[in-house]
Design a protein around this ligand. Structure first.
Ligand code: CMC
Length: 422
C-alpha cells in the first residue's frame, strides 16, 4: 500500500504527493500548492507540532509509555527519581548513575533564604498555593545568572537538576505559608517523596512518614511525570522556543497547568464530589451534566477514548492508601458517579471515561493535602516532563521559534473617526 497522500488544489488543478509516516505528513507540502495556504486547526486537534521520543500515547488502546516502558510496569517497579532520570536521559540509570542522580538531587533541595524570607513572605495570607508556586519558580531563575545560557549542555543540566530538586521544597513552602506554619528544611537523608511529605507535615519531632503513603506519593509522581504534548507541555515548548531560560518556561508551563480543564481538574473533582455529597444525588447530577448545566470533572480526555491507564492504576492505589488512612467518605460518591456515567449513553457515545484526575484528588485528600495544593502536587513531577521536552526541543534542528499563523476575520481597512463624530 502506498504510504503517500495526494492533495489536489481544485482552484488551480495543482497537485502534490506527500509521504505519510506513522500517520503523519509534513504540512509544509501544502505550501507547494500555494505559499499562502494555511491549515485552520483550533486547539491543534490534528496538528503534530513536533517529533518527540519521550512519551508514547495511544488514546484508543489506553496505552502510555515513557521512553518505551509501559506506565503499569514503571508504577509497579520503579521510583519517581529513576523515572525522572529515564525521561530526561532516555535510558534507565545503571546502579552508579542512579546513586549519583539521587545524591545530586537530594543535595540541591535547598532554596535561597531570600526566596523564603522575602519572596514567599510577601504573599497575602490566603494566596492560592498554585499562584505562589508559579511565581516562585519564575523568581528562582533570578538567583542563577547562568540560567540563560541554555545552549551550554552542562549549564542547562545544572538548572534541570536544580528545578527537579527544588520543586518539592517550593511546593511544601507554599503550603506551610498558607497554614501559618514554620518552614521545614529539606532532609537530605530521605528519599524524594518522603522528604516532600516530611517538609509538608512535620511539626517539631512529631511526624513519621508511613512507608505505604510515601510509596503512594511516589506512584502519583510517576503517573504525572509526563504526558506528551498536553497544554502545559505545549506551553513549555512554545516558551522555550524563544530561548527563554528554563525557570521562566517552567513557570509558564505551570501557569497553563493551573486551569480547571487541565491540572486544576483534580481540585474541581473534589469540589464536585462535595457538591453532590451523597450517592442519592448522583443521578440528578448526571442529568444536570447531560443537560449541559455542569461538566463531569475528572471525565473525558482529548486523547484517551477508551480508558486512561493512569486512572486504572490510581483506583487501585486509592484502596492501598485508604487501608492506612481510612476510607475517604467521598469514595462512595465517586464510585457511584463512575458507575452511572459508564452505563449512560451520553458518556458512552462521547467516549468519556475517568481520567487521571478522577481518583488522584481522593488520594491527595486522604494523604492530608488541602484541595488548593492538588495542582501543585501535579506540577512537582510534571516539571521533569516539561524539562525533558525543553531539552529535546533545543536539540531539534527542525524547530524554530513557535509562531502559528491566524485566519483574520476582522473588518477590512477603514479610516480613523474623530471622537466627536462617533
Ligand atoms: N462532562 C460532560 N461532557 C463532556 C465532558 C465532561 N467531563 N468532557 C467532554 N464532554 C462532552 C462535550 O460537551 C462534547 O459534547 P458534544 O459533542 O455534545 O458537544 C463532547 O463530550 C466532546 O468534548 P470536547 O469538549 O470536544 O472534548 P475535548 O477533547 O475538547 O476536551 C477535556 C477534553 C479533558 C477538556 C474535557 O473532556 C473536559 O473538560 N473534562 C473535564 C475536565 C477534566 O477532567 N480535565 C482533566 C483532563 S486529564 C488531565 C490533564 O491531562 O490535564
Amino acid at each position: 500500500m502506498a504510504e503517500t497522500i495526494t492533495i489536489i488544489d481544485d482552484r488551480t488543478g495543482k497537485k502534490v504527493t506527500v509521504q505519510v509516516k506513522d500517520g503523519v505528513f509534513a504540512s509544509s507540502a501544502l505550501r507547494e500548492l500555494d505559499p499562502n495556504l494555511r491549515m485552520y486547526d483550533p486547539a491543534f486537534l490534528s496538528t503534530a507540532a513536533c517529533s518527540s521520543s519521550i512519551t508514547y500515547l495511544d488514546g484508543e488502546a489506553g496505552v502510555l509509555r515513557y521512553r518505551g516502558y509501559p506506565i503499569e510496569q514503571l508504577a509497579e517497579k520503579s521510583t519517581f527519581l529513576e523515572v525522572a532520570y529515564l525521561l530526561l536521559n532516555g535510558e534507565l540509570p545503571t546502579t552508579q548513575q542512579a546513586e549519583k542522580w539521587k545524591f545530586d538531587v537530594t543535595h540541591h533541595t535547598m532554596i535561597h533564604e531570600n526566596m523564603r524570607k522575602r519572596f514567599v513572605d510577601g504573599f497575602h495570607y490566603d494566596a492560592h498555593p498554585m499562584g505562589m508556586f508559579i511565581s516562585a519558580i519564575a523568581a528562582l531563575g533570578t538567583f542563577y545568572d547562568d540560567s540563560k545560557n541554555i545552549f551550554d549542555e552542562d549549564v542547562l543540566n545544572k538548572q534541570i537538576l536544580r528545578l527537579v530538586a527544588k520543586v518539592p521544597t517550593i511546593a511544601a513552602m507554599t503550603y506551610r505559608f498558607s497554614s501559618g506554619l514554620p518552614f521545614v528544611l529539606p532532609n537530605n537523608s530521605m528519599p524524594y517523596a518522603q522528604n516532600f511529605l516530611n517538609m509538608m507535615y512535620r511539626i517539631g519531632d512529631d511526624y513519621t512518614v508511613h512507608p505505604a503513603l510515601a510509596r503512594a506519593m511516589d506512584v502519583l509522581f510517576i503517573l504525572h511525570a509526563d504526558h506528551e504534548q498536553n497544554c502545559g507541555t505545549t506551553t513549555m515548548r512554545v516558551v522555550a522556543s524563544s530561548h527563554a531560560d528554563p525557570y521562566s518556561a517552567t513557570a509558564a508551563a505551570a501557569a497553563a497547568l493551573s486551569g480547571p480543564l487541565h491540572g486544576g481538574a483534580n481540585e474541581a473533582v473534589i469540589h464536585m464530589l462535595h457538591e453532590i455529597s451523597d450517592v442519592k444525588n448522583v443521578s440528578a447530577f448526571v442529568e444536570q451534566v447531560k443537560n449541559g448545566d455542569d461538566r463531569l470533572m475528572g471525565f473525558g480526555h482529548r486523547v484517551y477514548k477508551n480508558f486512561d491507564p493512569r486512572a486504572t492504576i490510581l483506583k487501585k492505589a486509592a484502596y492501598d492508601v485508604f487501608e492506612v488512612t481510612g476510607k475517604n467518605p467521598l469514595l462512595d460518591v465517586a464510585l457511584k458517579l463512575e458507575e452511572v456515567a459508564l452505563n449512560d449513553e451520553y458518556f458512552i457515545s462521547r467516549k468519556l471515561y475517568p481520567n487521571v484526575d478522577f481518583y488522584s484528588g481522593l488520594i491527595y485528600q486522604a494523604l492530608g493535602f488541602p484541595v488548593e495544593m492538588f495542582t501543585v502536587l501535579f506540577a512537582i513531577p510534571r516539571t521533569v516532563g516539561w524539562l525533558a521536552h525543553m531539552s529535546e526541543l533545543l536539540k531539534d534542528k527542525e524547530q524554530k521559534i513557535s509562531r502559528p499563523r491566524q485566519w483574520y476575520t476582522g473588518v477590512d481597512e477603514r479610516n480613523y473617526v474623530e471622537m466627536k463624530k462617533r
